[in-house]
Design a protein around this ligand. Structure first.
Ligand code: NIG
Ligand code: FE
Length: 414
């Protein structure tokens, strides 16, 4: 029985070092090893070094050697820290109407918007939702994304939110990538709820939160702070209850108007996501906190809006992750690498900052300290791209796809 797997040589192995989470990063700050190899043991990285040195150290029959005969660059498995891939239906009509100049209100009046997806998701069975998640997560895995956060938030009642979260939990056992579930029951006030925003959030926190804990469905609570969704005043008591029972907090903040990032900082959230509308003031308070800013370029591209001020966040010493926001309404594309590259182009991010945003810093935004960098002891989650220069991965803006994807030390795609 082989104990070790040695794979290499890679023309280049590139990763963040286990360096500060915050601030600008230069390409020189990366770990970069030429002619590198990796030794895997029990799903984890046992050794990383020059390939010929590893070949000399791991010689016994305990080692399975995988010798590569092409140029490959090895980078960490990508992490998508914000998605809504549990949904039914399509919002192609919204997209067409929006692009022909119709307003948010006109689209909602024509039956579109988040409520349309809530209706379709409620009509779907748990099994249909589970299959939809598996299909989308499998496409993500082929594109090198080995950890995927997935939100509920299209159920908006105890029963329907539970249906979504069980679908995510079951899908997790059938996907090669790890799924991290987040409860987004605070997405909007459901149209059929008999009560105001405050009453709805009390109903969710009193009745749903204990079940999430007891059934281990999610450790994370999210809310959409925005005009037409929830105000900061609505959300403070909701998040306070969540924190008191030990949930991590994450926020849809400053997408169209400000207010959300301040809540994120005051509530010591792990991340504040969106931030397209953040001004200097919000950027400063975020950067002076431990909250990770998550840019969602897929939503900017889907809606035709400004990008998150990623450059300013980094230059103010903030921490920046990048996620896809894959959802049927504002971010239907779902292609994380392409979107991260485009954000890099428009926001003038170094390649190291883009890579950190979808690896090391994204792992921190999910409180996962066992992945996101290539280092001894970390999970053996990595991607091989057929090129000799890692800059090609970003230069080709997502069109260079991984030739091989490895998750927990197993090849899951080639
Ligand atoms: O992250 N901003 C709010 N929620 C989602 C969109 C959900 C939808 O439109 O269905 C987002 O963009
Ligand atoms: Fe979102």
């Amino acid at each position: 029985m082989e104990t070790y797997t040695l794979i290499g040589p890679f023309s280049q192995l590139v990763s963040m070092k286990n360096t500060p989470l915050k601030g600008a990063i230069k390409d020189d700050d990366l770990l970069s090893i030429q002619n590198a190899g990796i030794v895997i043991q029990n799903h984890r990285i046992k050794a990383i070094d020059d390939f010929s040195k590893l070949k000399q150290s791991f010689t016994t029959s305990d080692t399975k050697q995988i010798i590569l005969d092409k140029n490959y660059v090895c980078v960490p498995g990508f992490i998508d820290a914000h998605t809504h891939i549990c949904f039914a239906g399509s919002r192609a009509q919204d997209y067409a109407m929006r692009n022909s100049g119709k307003s948010y209100l006109e689209i909602a009046e024509a039956g579109g918007g988040i409520w349309d997806t809530v209706t379709k998701t409620r009509e779907a069975t748990k099994d249909e939702l589970r299959k939809g998640i598996i299909k989308r997560a499998s496409l993500h895995a082929k594109r090198g994304i080995t950890t995927i956060e997935v939100k509920s938030g299209y159920g908006l009642s105890i029963e329907e939110e539970l249906k979504m979260l069980y679908a995510i939990k079951e899908a997790n056992t059938e996907t090669v990538s790890d799924l991290v579930a987040t409860c987004l029951a605070g997405h909007m006030l459901p149209k059929d709820f008999d009560g105001n925003h405050k009453a709805y959030l009390e109903y969710i926190s009193d009745s749903l939160f204990p079940i999430l804990k007891a059934e281990q469905l999610s450790n994370r609570i999210d809310a959409f702070i925005e005009k037409g969704a929830f105000t900061p005043q609505d959300i403070y008591p909701y998040f306070e209850k969540a924190k008191a029972i030990g949930f991590d907090i994450t926020v849809h903040a400053d997408q169209f108007s400000t207010g959300g990032s301040e809540v994120a900082v005051k509530m010591d959230a792990i991340s504040a996501d969106h931030l397209e509308a953040s001004t200097e003031e919000e950027i400063k308070i975020l950067a002076n906190s431990n909250v990770i800013a998550i840019a969602l370029p897929g939503a900017s591209i889907g809606l035709g809006c400004d990008f998150t001020p990623a450059r300013k966040i980094l230059d103010n010493n903030g921490a920046l992750a990048i996620a896809s926001d894959w959802n049927p309404g504002s971010a239907p594309m779902g292609d994380l690498l392409t979107q991260a590259c485009i954000l890099g182009t428009f926001q003038k991010l170094s390649n190291a900052e883009v890579l950190a945003g979808i690896t090391h810093r994204a792992a921190s935004a999910l409180h996962l300290d066992d992945r996101g960098i290539l280092e001894v002891g970390m999970l053996a989650d990595f991607n091989l791209f057929e090129t000799a220069d890692w800059n090609e991965i970003l230069y080709q803006q997502g069109q260079l796809r991984p030739a091989q994807v490895w998750k927990n030390g197993q090849k899951i795609h080639q």
